[in-house]
Design a protein around this ligand. Structure first.
Ligand SMILES: Nc1ncnc2c1ncn2[C@@H]1O[C@H](COP(=O)(O)OP(=O)(O)OP(=O)(O)O)[C@@H](O)[C@H]1O
Length: 868
């Protein structure tokens, strides 16, 4: 008790002090909060930003002035800052006054030299950012600016030092690299010498360039690749005989299997980034080397390693003997005849050189060889779209949770547990109801929960498949924009091994949503106007452009609205397919759409024939076999690119063309999967007369953006839900029985513009990928063959060669080999008949080939001259 009296004053004093401290701290906190909110105010930010920008312009003027007045102002600067600032009698010649003269001397001469100009850039950038404008990659930009300041300072220090010492000049008032550049150079020169410093500068420059500017790296690689002549295998044409003269020799049979070109590589004849002058044919390179092989139509098999093939010179020799000329020669004709035999020895030598070659294919066929310098678009071309909005706050989460619990309580539904998963646009509240609660009861409360949360588009998933819980999706107050850049940069997409990889957006659990279009195998996309359909299509196309080489993928684009897909027209020669003789690769007219779809059906049939002949089941196996050089291009085999058909605004087409469009689409949808033709069809109006039963049955994968009604949602997804989405890229993807809510990645038009320009600036094929010709029945029909007989088909000669070489006069082989329609191939065969190259039509039997070899054919063609 006594002790209490002793310590009470001390305790009270302590308490008082604590309270005072707390009060002071609260006061200080309040003060700093007020200061912070003042700084955060848009007006304050704008003023500070403006101050930064104006100061940077002031510095810029003073720097420029320094180059003209720096020498005169030297004596003034030596007086020190205090004198300069306080003494009005001192006036600098610099247009930015005393302070400007002092600042520029400090930054240019005493700090980093001429590279100090970059400070102005940093200040302007920071000013703009402080003023409230979002700058993508700001920290990276600032970091690289600082690195550049340091590098240039040393570089200029090095260069100026070299210059002064080589020309033995007097140093001026200006230090181009500043004191920093000067001293670092002096130190480096003493440490690693002038040459070492030079190499170090070169290395650091490469590091800055390639890590700071991703595109620069790829451009440099492409440029250097173009400088290095490709390894050209020494061909017999260029081989020299023993006397060093160039000799004309037949192409040995082993040559067709090699991948190097017999003509100069493209990059030797053309600078990078211009069109090829060659005819486009993905298998051209392959063919060029195999043309000589197929003299007959027997299956194409590779000779066993080391097998000796007779060369053409062998064959010629044999011919000479069987013709009897050699036999007719008297065996001992005298010295002169022996002299001729010497020539024969030389030819034998050549023959030995040829047969000793390895006849096994040295490398697999590379379909990308025609555009071997092609650079894939860099991620830098895409923007980081950030809303600047804070994510879902704890307060928002608690509030929603409480309201859900309360509403359910009002309906006598007890909850055991609740868990929130924050997605980019919605938050999923997973609840476990108390035992005995009926799921349907919760499901029926959708509207009530929406009302109590005062939020639109509440979706209840009851139960969540596989989780045993009930999900309530509540839109976030500040939805996030998912940038395409982040999605494409994700490891999941980058490492995907899909045939047609697509990264579409982010799921509710913030995972990147990727899929293989080749497995879908077709996509139906629907959504009311302005809900993100076009952005969705662009996201799909962009993903494919980021992963595929032009030799592996072609798009057929149908755009009745004429504005949505036109942006891709500039990559026509890289990635688009179109009908021959068609001007625009983006199809906008209904009649042309019908022709194109029918042409795709022909392409599909042709591909099926190729697959059948190759004895494979799908395009993947076919291309693998082709790459392994197990298929003979002379027999029409070629590397098959995937074809993705994108139809924007399908409703317009169905309205105007009805069955004419529906039928080929249904046919392609049913059959084209195995041959690598995939369709993406988008529509604003998901009504049953547009998405008919036939279409629906063949499009198992569907994407729904927000639609106007539950009926529309049912039409597209076979279930409600799409009517409860919140728009702006919020979507439901249904594949089989699985439904996933995804926030579509946002990719803006300028970004697509940048990507397409990047692709278009590179070397291309000479034209778009040609689809088979399709002539509608009513445009001449069967009479067309007779009508056109007088005009020689441009492919006539090539077709004649094919027929003679393969000794097969079938229309279908011509059709396949040249990717042309049946009508045109038939017309060519009729012309071949008229020219006496093939015999008449013999019912189911193939036509007889009347010309035995290519030599006779050449004679015949010469004789025919311009008869056609
Ligand atoms: N994934 C997204 N993220 C954020 N905003 C989006 C997204 N998708 C679309 N938007 C916004 O919605 C607008 C309309 O999108 P879009 O042009 O794709 O609509 P649409 O469904 O194609 O409309 P329409 O059928 O009339 O062409 C865009 O300009 C954009 O502002």
């Amino acid at each position: 008790m006594y002790q209490i009296f002793i310590f009470l004053p001390t305790i009270l004093e302590k308490r008082l002090r604590m309270k005072k401290n707390i009060n002071r701290r609260t006061h200080e906190k309040k003060q700093s909060e007020a200061a912070l909110s003042f700084l955060k105010e848009p007006r304050t930010r704008f003023i500070i930003g403006l101050a930064f920008i104006l100061f940077s312009l002031y510095l810029l003027f003073s720097f420029i002035g320094f180059f003209f007045t720096g020498g005169i102002d030297q004596s003034l600067i030596d007086k020190g800052l205090r004198q300069i600032v306080s003494n009005p009698e001192i006036t600098a010649a610099n247009p930015a006054g005393n302070l400007g003269a002092w600042c520029s001397d400090l930054l240019i001469n005493r700090w980093f030299g001429i590279s100090s100009f970059i400070f102005c850039y940093i200040l302007i950038l920071s000013g703009i950012r402080i003023a409230g404008k979002e700058i993508t990659g700001y920290p990276k930009k600032i970091f690289f600016s600082i690195v550049l300041i340091i590098w240039f300072s040393v570089f200029l220090g090095y260069i100026s030092d070299l210059f002064y010492s080589v020309f033995d000049l007097q140093r001026s008032y200006l230090y181009p690299g500043g004191a920093h550049g000067y001293f670092v150079t002096q130190w480096l020169n003493s440490l690693i010498g002038g040459i070492g410093t030079f190499f170090l500068l070169l290395l650091t420059f490469a590091i800055i360039l390639f890590f700071g500017f991703e595109k620069a790296f790829y451009k440099c690689v492409a440029y250097f690749k173009s400088l290095i002549p490709k390894k050209v295998e020494k061909t017999p044409e260029s081989s020299t005989n023993q006397s060093g003269e160039e000799t004309e020799t037949d192409i040995p049979l082993s040559q067709p299997y090699t991948t190097s070109r017999t003509e100069p590589p493209l990059d030797e004849t053309l600078p990078p980034f211009i069109s090829l002058e060659d005819e486009f044919n993905p298998g051209k390179d392959y063919l060029r080397k195999n043309e000589e092989v197929a003299e007959d139509s027997t299956p194409y098999t590779f000779p066993a390693k080391g097998t000796e093939f007779p060369t053409k010179s062998d064959i010629q020799q044999e011919t000479t003997f069987t013709n009897g000329q050699a036999e007719d020669l008297p065996f001992d004709e005298g010295k002169e005849e022996e002299g001729e035999n010497v020539e024969l020895t030389v030819s034998n030598e050549k023959q030995e050189e040829t047969v000793s070659r390895n006849l096994q294919p040295e490398e697999d066929y590379d379909p990308t060889l025609d555009l071997s310098h092609y650079c894939y678009p860099a991620l830098d071309l895409l923007e980081e779209h950030s809303t600047g909005n804070p994510k879902v706050t704890q307060h928002e989460l608690d509030e929603n949770k409480n309201k859900i619990v309360e509403t359910l309580k009002n309906y006598k539904i007890e909850i055991v547990k609740i868990k929130a998963t924050i997605g980019p646009t919605v938050t999923l509240y997973e609840i476990i109801p108390a035992p005995g609660v009926k799921i349907s009861k919760i499901k029926n409360l959708e509207d009530d929960i929406a009302l109590s949360l005062a939020a639109l588009g509440i979706r209840i998933i009851a139960p969540i498949p596989g989780a045993g819980t009930i999900g309530i999706e509540v839109p976030n107050q500040n939805p996030e924009i998912v940038s395409m850049r982040g999605i494409l940069a994700s490891k999941k997409f980058q490492e995907s091994k899909y045939a047609l990889p697509v990264a579409l957006g982010r799921t509710i659990s913030n995972e990147t949503y990727t899929f293989d279009l080749a497995k879908m195998p077709h996509l139906l996309v629907a959504g009311a106007t302005g809900q993100g359909k076009s952005v969705g299509l662009n996201a799909i196309i962009t993903s494919l452009l980021y992963k595929k080489h032009p030799s592996q993928l072609k798009f057929v684009m149908v755009d009745p609205k004429k504005v949505e897909l036109s942006i891709y027209s500039i990559i026509e020669k890289h990635f688009l397919a179109k009908l021959p003789d068609e001007e625009d690769a983006i199809i906008t007219e209904t009649s042309k759409v019908i022709n194109t779809l029918n042409s795709l059906c022909i392409e599909m049939d042709n591909r099926y024939n190729l697959l059948k002949e190759a004895q494979v089941r799908n395009i993947k196996e076919y291309n693998e076999k082709f790459i392994k050089r197990q298929l003979n291009p002379v027999k029409g085999h070629k590397y098959l690119p995937y074809i993705v058909v994108v139809v924007d605004e399908f409703a317009d087409l169905i309205m105007t063309a009805g069955k004419d469009v529906e039928q080929p689409i249904a046919r392609i949808a049913q059959l084209a999967r195995a041959v690598g033709i995939h369709m993406i069809i988008a529509t604003q109006r998901p009504s049953t007369n547009i998405i008919t039963g036939v279409i629906k049955a063949n499009f198992p994968a569907r994407i729904a953006f927000k639609v106007a009604s539950m009926i529309d949602s049912r039409t597209i997804l076979d279930s409600p839900g799409a009517n409860q989405l919140i728009g702006r890229g919020d979507m439901l993807i249904s594949v089989g029985n699985e439904m996933t809510r995804v926030q579509c990645a946002f990719v803006d038009t300028p970004e697509i513009d940048a990507i397409t320009h990047f692709i278009a600036s590179q070397q291309s094929y000479p034209s778009a990928f040609a689809l088979p010709e399709y002539i509608p029945e009513n445009e001449g029909g069967s009479n067309i063959q007779e009508a056109d007989l007088g005009v020689k088909d441009p492919l006539f000669e090539e077709a004649a060669k094919l027929v003679v070489n393969s000794q097969q006069g079938s229309t279908s082989s011509i059709q396949r080999r040249f990717s042309i329609g049946y009508n045109r191939a038939g017309r060519i065969v009729d012309q071949l008949e008229a020219a006496g190259i093939v015999g008449p039509f013999e019912g189911s039997k193939a036509r007889q080939v009347l010309i035995p070899d290519e030599y006779s054919l050449e004679l015949l063609l010469k004789n025919l001259g311009d008869k056609f």
